[in-house]
Design a protein around this ligand. Structure first.
Ligand code: FAD
Ligand code: NA7
Length: 552
């Protein structure tokens, strides 16, 4: 038994596990490592997937690529892991991210505590016994004192309810649940959706398919990703400087590894502004374009319009057919998750690619042969790809039977809006800790995940040392955090664009604030303040000696 366990004197209820973690992606795997190896807890991770890796297990569609630069799309917690990781491309493809996570699982011997192919169907907090009771889709049930939900924020797939979908005689796939060995050769393929995923899949498969029809609801602002080889000297330099790189990233706003600009776009001459945008366009990277060029693109309408106009001018230059260019050109605010691509707009210059604007000409139904639009045209297809995104952030929470104190369901608790205290806990759900829950930071995610896992670890440690039976956020702290997140979001242009960042992509979903947009540095400062103030906003409850003694 590790020294970590021995130092906590309070008798604990007898449970199958000290902690159950749901989800074996970046978040769940690191949480397992911390709780098992550093605190000595008995832990089991469950995932409905057939492999570890979360997002990168599921999203195997062609062209899937992280648009965080490779050297920052990884864990930072282990220096040697960073030194040993060989990479040579600026951005990392999905299969390589999965390889990396597989390596992490082996290196830290994580697999022995991960149960795959097992969905959690219910998790109920049992107040009398101070524990979580968890049921799986394999008919098992387990108890644990702590529940960590690392369910993923872009994981619950959104398949739109389009009339006739079941009648389609060809193949149909959602990008977030992509099977092995899909072949495109000689096929007429339709892609619905042009977000980050749609852009990647469209650009990647266009040269492989016989014909591609893109069904676009909203035109998008996208800039080149700028992928390519990283010279070995640069990799060596990154490895030498890793400590500083992470320290800087964790103090920054979006944690994408560059210095965010503080220069207002309208404070420089038109010539300088265009030169700055052009430089960013040539270098590549969506977050770079939005945050490294000028400091106010996401907040000042004039700055935003300048950036948007620059991208529009590029579309006009790249796309040869004026009508296609017109359809591809956005006119709304540039305030969705910034996108980048490997030749997206130019793909529409190919003879085998057609664009259908489904806002002007909506999809009426899916037929056995393809997709019929309102103009009466039946687009004949062999395959339909739904690149239609996710029920983001709370989607996986509301899809299983999750109940806190007094049997309250998460849907009841989040009736007005998904809420949390600091993105990691929610009131009335004692001893439950979320990784990337609602109102967490909006950044390159691995460092935010690590930040949350480490905070949760310390909070559990704090509760254990105090001999508490449970720890939970107060309602007041949660309400205050929601108000803070709203205030921060309202000071930006992000709420003005309709996207998953505010739940606007799902029909019937309330449009609410789902992120803390002040950045990772600010977020880490808040967490440090909360901790230094004796975990302000959290309530520790004393052990129920009788219940503890009674055990299971
Ligand atoms: P996930 O990796 O989503 O893992 C959650 C796991 O929980 C899943 O395996 C799921 O099966 C499991 N699960 C959920 N509910 C249950 C249940 N009831 N029972 C059992 N198992 C369950 N982020 C970036 O920072 N940069 C990027 O460039 C980037 N690119 C992305 C590209 C795509 C296509 C997608 C979809 C996401 C991207 N992301 C990116 C976000 C990405 O999701 C995170 O970076 C990160 O992988 C999240 O890790 P996680 O462990 O929190 O969740
Ligand atoms: P997104 O960004 O939500 O994009 C989904 C796309 O699908 C988007 O273009 C939607 O149109 C479109 N969509 C959704 N429903 C429909 C229907 N019913 N009809 C037509 N088109 C539809 O998801 P992604 O997977 O691309 O990216 C999500 C994040 O994952 C991304 O930011 C990365 O972080 C990884 P819309 O634009 O809303 O009009």
């Amino acid at each position: 038994m590790s020294p970590g366990v021995e130092k906590f004197p309070t008798p604990k209820p007898a449970t199958d596990f000290d902690a159950i973690i749901i989800g074996a992606g970046f978040g769940g795997m690191y949480m397992l490592r911390k709780l098992r190896d550093e605190m000595g807890l008995k832990v089991r991770v469950f995932d409905k997937a057939g492999g570890i890796g979360g997002t990168w297990f599921w999203n195997r569609y062609p062209g899937a690529l992280s648009d965080t630069e490779t050297y920052l799309y990884c864990y930072s917690f282990d220096r040697q892991l960073l030194q040993d990781w060989d990479f040579n491309t600026r951005y990392i493809t999905a299969p390589k991210i999965l390889d990396y996570l597989e390596h992490v699982a082996d290196r830290f011997d994580l697999r022995r505590n991960i149960q795959l192919n097992t969905g959690i169907t219910a998790a109920h907090y049992n107040e009398a016994r101070d524990c979580w009771q968890v049921q799986t889709d394999q008919g098992e049930s387990f108890t644990a004192r702590y529940l960590v939900t690392a369910l993923g924020l872009l994981s619950a797939t959104n398949v739109p309810k389009i009339k006739g979908r079941e009648s389609f005689a060809g193949e149909q796939y959602h990008t977030g649940n992509w099977p092995a060995n899909v072949s495109f050769e000689g096929k007429r393929v339709g892609v619905i959706g042009t977000g980050s995923t749609g852009i990647q899949v469209i650009t990647s498969i266009a040269p492989q398919v016989e014909h591609l029809t893109v069904f676009q609801r909203s035109p998008q602002y996208s800039v080149p990703v700028g992928n390519g080889l990283v010279p070995p000297e640069e990799v060596a330099e990154i490895k030498r400087n890793y400590d500083q790189i992470w320290a800087d990233a964790k103090k920054s706003m979006v944690a994408f590894g560059f210095k965010e600009s503080t220069v207002p776009a309208m404070s420089v001459s038109e010539e300088e502004r265009q030169a700055t945008f052009q430089k960013a366009w040539d270098k590549g990277g969506g977050f770079r374009f939005m945050f490294e060029t000028f400091g106010d693109i996401a907040v000042d309408p004039a700055a935003n319009e300048a950036a948007a106009a620059f991208i529009r001018s590029k579309i006009a230059q790249i796309v040869k057919d004026p009508e296609t260019a017109r359809k591809l050109t956005p006119h709304d605010v540039y305030a969705k998750r910034p996108l980048c691509d490997s030749g997206y707009y130019a793909t529409y210059n190919r003879d085998n690619v057609a664009l259908v604007d489904v806002k002007a000409n909506p999809i009426e139904e899916i037929t056995a042969k393809g997709i019929r639009t309102a103009d009466g045209v039946e687009h004949e297809l062999d395959m339909i790809i739904f690149a239609t995104g996710f029920d983001a952030v709370d989607g996986n929470y509301t899809r299983f039977d999750l109940r806190g104190r007094g049997g309250q369901t998460i849907n009841e608790h989040w009736q007005d809006a998904p809420a949390s205290y600091l993105g990691v806990t929610t009131a009335n759900f004692p001893n439950m800790f979320m990784i990337l829950g609602p109102n967490g930071p909006f950044t390159n995610l691995p460092p935010s995940i690590e930040t949350q896992v480490e905070f949760v670890y310390e909070l559990i440690d704090h509760a254990e040392r105090a001999g508490a039976r449970s720890v939970e956020a107060t309602q007041a702290a949660e309400a205050q955090w929601s108000a803070t997140c709203k205030e921060v979001a309202d000071a930006t242009l992000f709420p003005k664009a309709e996207s998953w960042i505010f739940g606007a992509n799902i029909p019937g979903k309330k449009n609410t604030v789902l992120f803390y947009i002040a950045g990772l540095g600010a977020y880490r400062n808040v967490l440090a303040d909360v901790k230094n103030a004796g975990y302000r906003g959290f309530e520790l409850r004393a052990p129920q000696t009788a219940a503890v003694a009674a055990g299971r």
